[in-house]
Design a binder for this molecule. Structure first.
Ligand code: NAI
Length: 246
């Protein structure tokens, strides 16, 4: 029970990595706010976890919209009290080569993956300051650290997340709040299901562990950074990518 009675918000928890993280955190005793854009899927998956006896509630949010984020955070505080863990996991892709990438697709990815992280973190901050402690975990990507063909927008956001992580680690450390990031490699979720089989095979060949990652590989990294085991870890980017780039 590494997260006993801690209140955690996980964005993008209706699917993929976020959903697995919700289950992992709930199993460790956390009260989990599963925050996602997709109401139908989110409600269904929250119910699935409640049937297993876990303390989880679904909250609808569009992280790109400040008012939506403020409303979600207020509802979580009403339901569970002060928030001690925020996992900024929601993210989208709209891939395209630079020569053809529409400005709207560039901006849409920034709105969710970068501005969304800023909105959620700023919105939970008063709650963490009130209790004098907190954990903020952002989700970068191998694409943000090393670049990736066809991902101008996505790579920009995931590199930006690293900059925000380090800035907040410096700003908030003295307030008892640790801020870190996880940089996943290629993980088997709906996001990579869009990638053609041929490209996925090429990706696997690049990974020293010779496989794609699983959502639980990332959920366990989130868990480490949310638990007391990482008390002295701050401002780091934890690469969970099978050693794809070294
Ligand atoms: P996914 O596509 O399976 O799930 C993302 C979730 O975010 C969905 O439930 C979706 O409804 C939600 N979401 C999207 N826009 C939202 C918004 N505006 N407000 C609230 N929720 C929203 O994605 P996956 O693979 O689980 O990714 C999770 C995180 O990990 C993302 O930040 C992604 O960029 C990152 N990541 C994933 C990798 C992969 O290979 N799957 C690799 C590197 C990073």
């Amino acid at each position: 029970m590494r997260l006993k009675d801690k209140v955690a918000i996980i964005t993008g928890a209706a699917n993929g990595i976020g959903f697995t993280a919700a289950e992992t955190f709930a199993k460790e005793g956390a009260k989990v706010a599963m925050a996602d854009f997709n109401v139908e899927q989110g409600e269904k998956r929250a119910e699935e976890l409640r049937r297993k006896g876990y303390e989880v509630t679904f909250f609808q949010v569009n992280v790109a919209q400040r008012t939506s984020v403020d409303e979600m955070v207020a509802k979580v505080r009403e339901t569970y009290g002060n928030i001690s863990i925020l996992i900024n996991n929601a993210g989208i892709t709209k891939d395209g080569m630079l020569s053809k990438l529409p400005t709207e697709d560039f901006q849409a990815v920034l709105d969710v993956n970068l501005t969304g992280v800023f909105h959620c973190t700023q919105a939970v901050l008063p709650s963490m300051l009130e209790i004098g402690k907190g954990r903020i975990i952002n989700t970068s990507s191998v694409s943000g650290v090393y670049g990736n063909i066809g991902q101008t927008n996505y790579a920009a956001t995931k590199a930006g997340v690293v900059g925000m992580t380090k800035t907040w680690a410096k700003e908030l450390g003295r307030k008892g709040i640790n801020v870190n990031a996880v940089a996943p490699g290629f993980i088997e979720t709906g996001m990579t299901a869009k990638v053609p089989e041929r490209i996925l095979d090429q990706m696997k060949q690049m990974v020293p562990l010779a496989r794609l990652g699983k959502p639980e590989d990332i959920a366990n990294a989130y868990l480490f950074l949310a638990s007391d085991e990482s008390n002295y870890v701050n401002g780091t980017v934890l690469h969970v990518d099978g050693g794809i780039m070294m």
